[in-house]
Design a protein around this ligand. Structure first.
Ligand code: ATP
Length: 201
């Protein structure tokens, strides 16, 4: 039997990747679906070919790789284009997730995705962990990380679902507004509950 799928999500800067890292440190297999989404459209992939067929070569960089910002700008201003993009990306990501899962052992795995709820991927999870933190703190953490401007942060928040939706979808909730030690403790507690629920022997 393949391991149970535990989805892990939260808004930008909530601390998903940090939580995923703590699970990985406990020996739990972790798949980053956002990274998978990049891998399936690498240069030479059939995924990239499908995107170019759908949206043209303006979405490419000079070296032939995908220009993510150009793709986002082109697609996210138009619902039909967004739907077309999702119709290409979701099956590719789902297939890669299946391939990865078939190679995993253990009782459960963590599948981290920033848009787990928005993309409909939550439906294939056995349970969902949601990481929450207030917006001001998330903004401060992301800007301190230095890979995103205030404008980009606001645009991503606007595209992501609300904390109300996240709370409704959550089987387990982590409030990440304290120290890293407090975060770690919350993950340990959930890990124990998951062990109890999904351990086979
Ligand atoms: P994204 O959606 O952008 O991928 P994320 O939800 O994965 O973000 P992280 O990258 O885990 O969030 O965390 C955002 C930043 O905040 C990181 O630099 C991380 O080290 C830091 N961080 C997370 N939790 C805490 C905490 N409890 N105390 C201090 N810093 C934290």
């Amino acid at each position: 039997m393949s391991p149970h799928r535990i989805g892990l999500t939260g808004g930008i800067g909530s601390g998903k990747s940090t939580v995923a890292g703590i699970f990985a440190g406990l020996g739990v297999p972790v798949l980053d679906l956002d990274k998978v989404g990049q891998t399936v459209v690498q240069i030479g992939s059939s995924g990239l070919e499908q995107l170019v067929d759908a949206f043209g070569t303006n979405i490419l960089n000079h070296d032939g790789s995908l220009n993510r910002k150009a793709l986002a700008q082109y697609c996210f201003q138009d619902a039909a284009r967004t739907a077309k993009l999702n119709a290409i990306m979701h099956p590719l990501i789902w297939q890669a997730e299946e391939n990865w899962l078939s190679q995993q052992h253990g009782d459960y795995v963590i599948i981290e995705a920033s848009v787990l709820l928005e993309s409909g991927s939550a439906g294939r999870m056995d349970a969902v962990i949601v990481v929450l933190a207030n917006l001001a703190l998330r903004r401060k953490r992301v800007l301190a990380r230095g890979d995103c401007s205030t404008e980009e942060f606001d645009a991503i928040v606007a595209r992501q679902c609300s904390d109300t939706t996240r709370r409704e979808a959550a089987d387990f909730m982590i409030i990440n507004e304290g120290s890293l030690a407090q975060l770690r403790q919350q993950v340990f507690d959930i890990e124990r509950l998951l062990q109890r629920k999904y351990h086979v022997n």
